[in-house]
Design a protein. Sequence first.
Length: 291
Amino acid sequence: MVWIPGGTFDMGSDEFVDSRPVHPVSVKGFWMDEHEVTNAQFAEFVKATGYKTVAERPLNPADYPNVPADQLVPGSAVFTPTSTEVSLENPLQWWKYVPGASWQHPDGPSSSLKGHENEPVVHVSYDDALAYAKWAGKRLPTEAEWEFAARGGGNNQTYYWGNDLKPKGKWVANIHQGHFPDKNTQEDGYAGAAPVMSFPANSFGLYDMEGNVWEWCQDFYRPDYYVNSPKNNPKGPEDSYDPDEPGAVKRVQRGGSFLCSDQYCIRYKAGSRGKGEVSSGSNNLGFRCVK
């Protein structure tokens, strides 16, 4: 972990409706994992506790009243590139629910973690991340802590690393190059998640605060929270609300992933926010801890 000194910064971004208004926020100092929790680290937790992630547990038929029983198989969402150019209106064209996909089998039941031990653990729900954090004697970051740490002491930049997408002509984060979702040119060297610390650290010594995999934060998600957010150490609203899915309980996710680009999902940009239903995971979603 690295020490993140407390400070004040302008939180949010005018570019995104749910990140407005930009507002001053002060956070106290805290410790933060220098990189995302890896498969190897999560394996230690599972070995010590016998924990089963949400993606590995049997599904409750009561939660899926219209789904045939034979289809209620544990699994998770896996990004699957399309074969041709498609409209970006329907994410289900490239997201597939894969039975048997889990943190131990990131691409499906026939895949394994061999050779991927140093990559971020994925297919972790909010509850899974919370369970690991408690076991490790840590917690998940608040959204304000996460953004302050990602900015590395900077402010009002387009990206967390600066204003140039490719400083000195080099990719400094694992994001998507090419045409989404059918063609990834892998200019940055990776089609999926990269091993942690593959790209330069920020000024606080933190790696992969943008791109690679989304990271859970402890805050409930509400698109209007910033209007009345406290100035000192905000911890998020009392409950969640997403007008896109009013019945779902969601928490904030930050940083974007290897699927983000200026063509689609530009929310690896500084101050932007993500969101996720608390029991769901995918192969581009992980976390890191603080204390």
